[in-house]
Design a binder for this molecule. Structure first.
Ligand code: NOJ
Length: 558
């Protein structure tokens, strides 16, 4: 009745505290949109302090903060002007220390975002590079090349930025600099030892302040090997990204950098942890980032990219648990973050059930044809998928607002949009609308200014329907998404042991059931026909007429 038992138990070493990350529920705070304590329209660090009880009540083990550093906000803070300070609009280092104390005091760890691929063009090192001549040590910290044409008036290559448009920007003296992302995000040259020193300093700076770990932005893009004669974009696209030798992406050499960082992480007790954001081609390539000699863990975006589909979910889980067992890491599970359409909305789409590649404009909520978007169904499926994830071995990353079942905001006016992907014309998966729709400030109350986000208006306007998803409204409803997440996280603390699962055959292609070593079972009905469960009473979720209803998950104590 079962297939392979998947386990990494034997590979778990060290004290319980050193291994805290292996089974942690990590809640992503996008600081500028979480809670605004000073009423200026931007969420801030004191906002996180004020919501520390909320986070503790939700039951998360850790908080990951997206960048809160000084930034001109050309890319939502991922354009960092100073890696070792707090954006004055968001607070001070003293506020940050208070936040650490508030969260640690509630047994919540803190992970911060490190952005090593590029800085802001306002960063002191880039300003020095601009002020220095061609060929100078200052310019060598970034990626400068001579332009083509008689006076260098043409870009060194036709490379496209990830956000659309050219990846090269002229600086006025015949030289151009490279940027994977926005023009304001020049890429570092990691062949330069000063860049290594800068980041080792930064890792120690935050570790000394009590930060427990790091999320590494674009971890797979940091190391580059640009030949003197640059290939064309078409030639680049034709190169393999799985042999570790691509000039730009997922190079084997990048792991030398993370081995160096591991030495720093291990200077601390417990060792600082890290998780790689690495959108690489295969699970095998991803595993390299999760090695114990490197970052230790890597985001697994496979479920995020999958449909709400039992066969896909089962295959992905089996595959990834086997990968982590082989490498000694623990798997991470993610359905939403600040870069993708919220999963409640992805799952609201018919007929493709939320495939990112196929959704086109159907996910625009306002005015979308009813036969293309079913929000209630999306919410139901999102909760079922989240409860499935929370029953799995490994760590789960939640994105702020998903505990409310919050939907993507599709109809943000162009003048209120902020995402460079929108302005540079990239992101065809979202019909060119960019990522602002999942970054709208959270609703805390059903009324009042910015639905309790702050005393002023929110930096991205919230739609009226946000009221129905407000924390205060859901708080009062025992059956709400929020209260279901709270119950799930509390039970998970009790039930989460070992790092293995066993699939139990259900006789249905659209129903998954698995058991953990302590008997805890998770049953998810991905279909619409009820799935009878005779004589068993769930500890989470309820049966309807003795069956698991369609698009629902229940937990059994076993
Ligand atoms: C990945 C981040 O998640 C995304 O928000 C950002 O735009 C890019 N890296 C560039 O830093």
């Amino acid at each position: 009745m079962t297939d392979a038992v998947l386990t990494t138990d034997a590979l778990v070493t060290g004290s319980a505290d050193a291994a805290w990350w292996r089974q942690a529920v990590v809640y992503q705070v996008y600081p500028r949109s979480f809670a605004d304590a000073d009423g200026d329209g931007l969420g801030d660090i004191r906002g996180v302090v004020e919501k520390a009880d909320y986070l503790a009540g939700l039951g998360v083990d850790a908080v990951w903060l997206s960048p809160f550093y000084p930034s001109e906000l050309a890319d939502g803070g991922y354009d960092v002007a100073d890696y070792r300070d707090v954006d004055p609009r968001l607070g001070t280092l003293a506020d940050f220390d208070d936040m650490i104390a508030a969260l640690h005091g509630r047994e919540i760890k803190v992970i911060v975002d490190i952005v090593p691929n590029h800085s802001s063009d306002r960063h002191v090192l880039f300003q020095a590079a601009l002020a220095a001549p061609k060929g100078s040590p200052e310019r060598d910290r970034y990626i400068f090349r001579d332009g083509l044409g008689e006076n260098g008036e043409l870009p060194p290559a036709d490379w496209q930025s990830c956000f659309g448009g050219s990846a090269w920007e002229p600086v006025g003296d015949g030289q151009w600099y490279f940027h994977f992302f926005a023009t304001e995000q020049p890429d570092f040259n990691w062949d330069n030892p000063d860049v290594h020193a800068e980041f080792l300093h930064t890792l120690r700076f935050w570790s000394d302040r009590g930060v427990d770990g790091f999320r590494i932005d674009v971890a797979h893009g940091v190391s580059k090997d640009l030949p003197d004669v640059l290939p064309s974009q078409a030639e680049l696209d034709a190169l393999s990204t799985t042999d570790g030798r691509h000039p730009l992406w997922d190079r084997d050499a990048v792991h030398d950098i993370y081995r160096e960082w591991r030495q720093v992480f291990d200077e601390y007790d417990p060792p600082r942890i890290a998780v790689a954001e690495a959108w690489v081609a295969t699970a095998e390539r991803r595993a390299k980032y999760a090695s114990p000699e490197g970052l230790g863990q890597a985001f697994n975006f496979d479920l995020l990219e999958a449909d709400f589909d039992a066969a896909q979910f089962r295959h992905i889980v089996t595959d990834n648990l086997a990968q982590s067992a082989a490498t000694g890491s623990s798997s991470t599970w993610v359905l939403s973050n600040h870069d993708v359409v919220r999963h409640a909305t992805r799952y609201a789409l018919a007929p493709r059930n939320g495939s990112l590649a196929k959704q086109g404009s159907a996910w625009i909520i306002a005015g979308a044809p009813a036969d293309q978007v079913d929000l209630a169904r999306g919410g139901r499926r999102a909760l079922a998928a989240s409860l499935f994830l929370l029953g799995l071995p490994g760590s789960t990353y939640l994105y702020q607002g998903e505990e409310l079942g919050l939907h993507e905001v599709g109809d943000i006016a162009p003048e209120h949009r902020q995402d460079p992907a929108f302005f540079r014309g990239a992101d065809p998966d979202r019909d060119g609308l960019g990522r602002d729709g999942c970054r709208v400030p959270l609703p805390w109350t059903g009324d009042g200014s910015s639905f309790g986000f702050g005393a002023g208006s929110a930096h991205i306007p919230q739609p009226g329907w946000f009221a129905g998803y407000a924390v205060a409204i859901e708080d009062a409803d025992p059956a709400s998404s929020l209260n279901t997440y709270r119950r799930a996280l509390a039970l998970r603390h009790e039930l989460q042991t070992g790092e293995s699962l066993e699939w139990i055959e259900t006789g249905r292609d659209d129903v998954l059931r698995f058991a953990r070593p302590n008997g805890w079972q998770v049953v998810t009905n991905f279909g619409t026909e009820p799935f009878p469960l005779s004589g068993e009473e769930p500890v989470l979720g309820a049966l309807v007429d003795g069956a698991v209803a369609g698009e629902t998950t229940v937990w059994l104590r076993g």
